[in-house]
Design a protein around this ligand. Sequence first.
Ligand SMILES: [Cu+2]
Ligand SMILES: [Zn+2]
Length: 181
Amino acid sequence: MSNLPCWSRNGVGARRLAALAIALSLVSGAVAKGWSPKSPIVRGDGTAIGWVRVKVLPGGLMVHLEAKGLPPGELGVHVHSVGRCDGPDFTSAGPHWNPTGKQHGRLNPLGRHEGDLGDLWVDSNGSTRMDMIPPADGHFISPFDADGAALVIHAQRDDERTDPSGNSGARIACAVLQAAK
Ligand SMILES: [Cu+2]
Ligand SMILES: [Zn+2]
């Protein structure tokens, strides 16, 4: 698991990561600025269930999201390549953001997509609140090209290995991501 993203669960872990982000911002000045506006996360029927905001860093995409009304457990979550969330199936969001032509998943020897974020942890009451902080090194290509980008939450866990989407099942929620202003 050590090479998987450092998603934190609700509660203490999330607060610790937030504290770390604040501490880093005090040291480097690099974290406090650059967040996008909040984008609504919607279900297939258009109901808003939460929000997400992102920040493009040289090593990856920093993500913060909060949502309710999701099925409990681990759910795959990715950046998809088109900024369109047309319900009910969100196929409009296109495939995973993959500017380098890789296969899906951090555990795939031919991976990974730059849009692969791992899994959300959803509480027994259906809510989630998570931060993803990317590795500090490496190169990352911003997904905010001409057709934008979307964040998609799936019905099942992402196995981080199976091309093209980690066997993560249907697309159950979507947010049109916004670039930082
Ligand atoms: Cu996806
Ligand atoms: Zn992928």
